[in-house]
Design a binder for this molecule. Structure first.
Ligand code: GAF
Length: 383
């Protein structure tokens, strides 16, 4: 990203100099849909990020400009409402949350640019939210902790974007560390960094360039299924709070007789939480083949049990399964489109991308994009 250009453009729009903040997108090695079930996740921040320029205003107005859409939006801190344009909500939602929590902010100018491809499942929206929380914290000297920034960003997504997401994306954007994956316990919010040593392999993202429209409503529906399963078990076991507290025997006894679909969804989550614990040990011991095999298992579960995959994602995972230079592959994030994450032996990456781009285009008449990603540090000011 050309930061000097960002500053020049900012000044040409708002006539003053910006504070510049960078907040990264994320990948998730394993542990999908486990965050809102009190389980574990294993994300890492990546070297694709959202960049914000911000400055204070004398009045209470909020003036926004999004480079991607070449669109402006104006609002006022005393009357914040979600916008049909979509993109302003990630900023307005954060401004709203800050005020609801008693933080005093004034009007501000804000300019967004970045290189996180939207709709690719790399959490560009969380990156915008976290960048906004960080920028407003700096601008108005609010002294917000990093964890609260992530929580405020998450709440903004619930209230202004309407997605009842877990904490993974915002946590990864704020707490990311170069060369490290984060093992986060989403119940206690305890976390540790695990070195991402891939021993001659790299992380390759294959972007389907599709995003099926049901993704947001389906996400909230999956979450409701999990909560329903917990509610039925809770009748007999009042101490159960989330699927983290549940085992297969409980699912068989209290959920299966009531609803097989809810049962199947809950069963995937219970299995995925266990899979992540195994995967974290594998990564810590350099057992990459074993970790890769678990990633393939996760994909199968997301496809057949949790039902959040799609034919484009399945095609990409099926195409690399069996290639001995691809250790693991799976769909990533909420689902219904976006990227697959692949662990690929470095010397075969070009060959893989060339072949799969061709077969993918033949199958779907859609261009595939591929990114070799590095891990990166979390949200920070660029000075
Ligand atoms: C989306 C959500 F925002 C995350 O909280 C998480 O649930 C993920 O889907 C699925 O693991 O990215």
């Amino acid at each position: 990203m050309d930061i000097e250009r960002l500053k020049v453009v900012f000044k040409s729009i708002y006539y003053n100099d910006p504070l510049v903040v960078r907040s990264p997108g994320r990948i998730n090695i394993i542990g999908e849909h486990t965050d809102y079930n009190g389980g574990f996740v294993m994300p890492a921040a990546i070297n694709k990020a959202i960049y914000l320029g911000v400055s204070k205003r004398e009045d209470d107005e909020i003036h926004l400009y999004a480079e991607d859409f070449k669109q402006t939006h104006t609002s006022n801190i005393s009357s914040l409402e979600s916008s049909k344009k979509g993109w302003p909500n990630y900023i307005l939602g954060v401004a709203d949350q800050l005020q609801k929590r008693g933080y005093k902010i004034g009007g501000f100018n804000l300019y967004i640019d970045g290189d996180v491809p939207p709709g690719a499942g790399l959490s560009s929206s969380a990156a915008v939210e976290c960048a906004t929380a960080f920028a407003l914290d700096q601008l108005f000297s609010l002294s917000i902790s990093k964890l609260d920034m992530a929580l405020i960003a998450q709440k903004a997504e619930h209230t202004f974007a309407g997605v009842n997401c877990g904490i993974m994306d915002q946590f990864a954007s704020v707490f990311g560390k170069k060369d490290q994956a984060i093992v986060l316990d989403c119940r206690s919010m305890d976390y540790r960094y695990v070195p991402l040593q891939l021993d001659g392999h790299k992380l390759v993202l294959l972007n389907t360039n599709v995003k099926h429209s049901l993704s947001e409503s389906a996400y909230n529906k999956r979450r409701e299924s999990c909560e329903q399963g917990v509610a039925w078990i809770k009748e007999a076991h009042p101490s159960v709070e989330t699927l983290r507290d549940v085992d297969l025997a409980m699912l068989d006894e209290y959920v299966k007789p009531k609803d097989t679909d809810v049962y199947t969804k809950c069963k995937f989550i219970v299995g995925e939480i266990a899979r992540l614990i195994e995967a974290a040990t594998d990564l810590e011991h350099g057992k990459l083949k074993e970790l890769g095999a678990l990633m393939f298992e996760t994909h199968q579960g997301l496809r057949n049990e949790y039902e959040v995959s799609c034919k484009e994602l399945d095609f990409l995972v099926d195409s690399v399964k069996g290639l001995d230079y691809v250790l693991g592959a799976r769909m990533m994030g909420g689902g219904f489109g976006g990227c697959t994450l692949n662990i690929v032996a470095t010397e075969y990456i070009d060959e893989l991308i060339e072949n799969i781009s061709e077969t993918y285009f033949k199958e779907f008449s859609v261009k595939l994009d591929a990114y070799i990603v590095e891990t990166a540090d979390g949200t920070s000011e660029i000075v």
